[in-house]
Design a protein around this ligand. Sequence first.
Ligand code: ADP
Ligand code: ZN
Length: 288
Amino acid sequence: MRVAGIELGGTKVVVGAGTGPDDLSPTIRIPTTDPATTMAAIIDALESLKPFDAIGIASFGPLCLDPADPDGLRITNTPKPGWSQTPLVAPLVERFGVPVRLDTDVNGAALGEGRWGAARGLRDFAYITVGTGVGVGLVVNGAPVHGLLHPEAGHLLVRRDPVRDPYTGHCPFHGDCLEGLACGPAIAARVGAPAETLGDDHPVWPLVGDYIGQLCASLLLIIAPRRIILGGGVGQRPGVRAAAEAAMREHLAGYLQSPAFSQDIIVPPGLDSLSGVLGAIVVGQVTT
Ligand code: ADP
Ligand code: ZN
């Protein structure tokens, strides 16, 4: 099925169409500005990619994914100026007359990794991105988890040792939740320099790895993923994944036993920079 995929990010949108990585149109990049301008540009891009049988959107959130919600599938209350309560699905259904499916950016990334990347063939896995924020996409029994809203595991509360890490966190809601401690802006605020300028031996990396490891331990205890993919600018920093794997095992303290633990549970992403738009295409292909 040829699907148009829209990766809707906070700074840019990527639109493409195809059936998979070996059959993908050239992608079209659009800056994310105000909703009206951005949606008009997305519609122009989709016109140029016709024909397609469905549209998938993997978007920043928070999102309403409840098909019964009278206000429709949309971005809900986002701090991004102008974007709160922006409908995403109805305008495209009206314009193109094909099924339009919406999921979170991280569920999309997870689905793409499950179809073509580092979680191929698995039905239970997680995708974590640690970058501007911390996002977690979950696939359980082969389906992305939505539930009441959708998972927001980036805001998990983690243990912080105030002696080792006196930084009190920057999450406007929770202070020292995981995102408040481990995302790029939190690292920059803690050390006073952009995260990407820090050397590989900086002591912040094992600390960040420990917090991510706590999240991974909790995920194993709650949904028992077979694999956890760690992406994002911070998540793919050398040493962070290994530190997270070690911390996860330390926090689990041998309680979970499986032959799977002879290999790393936490792995790097398998898809490159096209993972967002490919994930959106899988979102559009989901028929249930
Ligand atoms: P986004 O989360 O916006 O999709 P990224 O995953 O690149 O994009 O995250 C951007 C954040 O990650 C910024 O806060 C940046 O400082 C940090 N970051 C990006 N690259 C690196 C790197 N190589 N090392 C450490 N931090 C990085
Ligand atoms: Zn938080």
